[in-house]
Design a protein around this ligand. Structure first.
Ligand SMILES: [Zn+2]
Length: 418
């Protein structure tokens, strides 16, 4: 049973693939009606009607792209108070810096080079180029983070990246040696237009370095809480290869990364020079069936099992009079809490290091968000780590809390107490 809603299969069958435009999608997972996972609420907004949208995942048997059916208008998703500031994660900063330093060396970048980042956020990545005197430009529609980027010396265009903008920059003679696009490809409604834009903005010998979560990890490790309205597509090497070729680009090299629960870093150019790394992963995907529907079919049952286990665990602890908090007001956390139905009656509060999130409330479940210092003040018995992909970082930051007897719950791939 894939869904309680028989119409889900019908909607898939009638739906058209976001990427190859063919119809006949196959149902993968129905998460039901969901509040927008990044839509943190102010106290005033708690009494207003909150928008909820279906969150349904499907597989395209023609180009292998896993995708959600619904497209929430981007202006509802990415506005000025979009709360995600990349610089609040040490692990992410370190990951980006290493990537930049290795690219500067490998591609001999210098004062005559030009680097562009799409979805440059608060300048967390490009500031490494600025430091080395390499000209760069960030493009990001979110005003808050873009202002922060400008303040640390990263020139930023506060706009959505489109084919038209790519043409305009190319005409101004600003084609790029390197284009970074980390965790943004999944966010754009016009996937083909975005990729085509990358081709237009790239120099003939340039490279686009594109990071995106790997759908294989999502399925194998049951990372259903990385599925949200902002993520329209979920990539495999097979589906990426189709997508790039359809738009005149070649996936020449690829790396698997551990960040965000398992990601792919694709190296894409206007010329074809496919490395062994790409061939090997394509072959692995064929052997595992990542390019076939049967790979995705059992996912729904596994996700429902996690929900039952989390509910048994949390409701059980609560019945014994234990107190429970959450760590990390990220989108993942919103999906997890909404899907298992844990509101303020189960989770007293959530803490987050990001000062922009403190004082607000989790979407859908309306749990208040505080500074992490509150953990030591209140000493809850258990803390659920919602952004489980940063669990090592969080556990080491919270050593003092653990020394005082506090326990953590990691929900995925299977709920465990540490
Ligand atoms: Zn397709």
């Amino acid at each position: 049973m894939i869904s309680n809603d028989d119409n889900f299969e019908k909607r898939c069958r009638g739906g058209q693939c976001r990427c190859c435009r063919q119809s006949g999608l196959k149902p993968v997972l129905d998460l039901g009606l969901m509040a927008l996972s990044d839509g943190l609420l102010t106290k005033l907004q708690l009494s207003e009607q909150e928008g909820k949208y279906p969150l349904e995942v499907a597989y395209c048997p023609h180009c292998s792209m896993v995708q959600i059916l619904e497209t929430v208008p981007p202006e509802k998703l990415f506005c000025e108070d979009y709360p995600y500031y990349s610089s609040f994660s040490d692990a992410l900063l370190d990951h980006s810096r290493k990537n930049v330093l290795s690219l500067i060396e490998k591609r001999n970048l210098g004062a005559n080079s030009f680097v562009v980042e799409l979805a440059s956020n608060d300048g967390y990545l490009l500031k490494n180029y600025v430091e080395k005197g390499i000209p760069c430009l960030g493009i990001d529609p979110a005003e808050g983070p873009a202002k922060v980027a400008e303040n640390v010396g990263v020139p930023t265009l506060c706009k959505f990246f489109t084919k038209e903008l790519a043409h305009q920059l190319a005409e101004e003679g600003r084609r790029a040696d390197v284009i970074h696009a980390n965790n943004v490809l999944a966010h754009v409604a016009d996937t083909n237009g975005f990729v085509e834009g990358i081709g237009i903005l790239l120099k003939d010998k340039g490279v686009a370095v594109i990071e995106a979560p790997y759908v294989r990890e999502l399925i194998e490790h049951c990372e259903f809480d990385t599925i949200y309205h902002e993520h329209l597509c979920y990539f495999s090497v097979t589906s990426l290869d189709h997508l790039f070729r359809r738009n005149g680009l070649y996936l020449n090299d690829i790396e698997r990364l551990t960040i965000h629960g398992g990601s792919l870093r694709s190296y894409v150019s206007l010329y074809e020079d496919v490395q062994e790394s790409v061939q090997a992963l394509l072959k692995e995907e064929q052997e595992l069936g990542v390019d076939q529907y049967y790979f995705y079919e059992p996912f729904s049952t596994k996700v429902q099992n996690i929900r039952s286990k989390m509910r048994d665990l949390l409701w059980g602890l609560k019945a014994k009079g234990k107190t429970i908090a959450g760590y990390g007001a990220a989108a993942k956390g919103a999906i997890m809490l909404n899907y298992i139905g844990a509101g303020p009656d189960i989770i007293d509060f959530v803490v987050d290091r990001n000062v922009h999130k403190q004082g607000k409330y989790m979407p859908g479940m309306h749990i208040p968000i505080y500074d992490p210092a509150r953990l030591m003040e209140v000493l809850p018995d258990y803390v659920v780590i919602l952004p489980w992909n940063f669990k090592d970082e969080i556990l080491s930051q919270q050593a003092a809390f653990r020394d005082r007897g506090g326990k953590f719950i990691i929900p995925i791939p299977e709920p465990v107490i540490v």
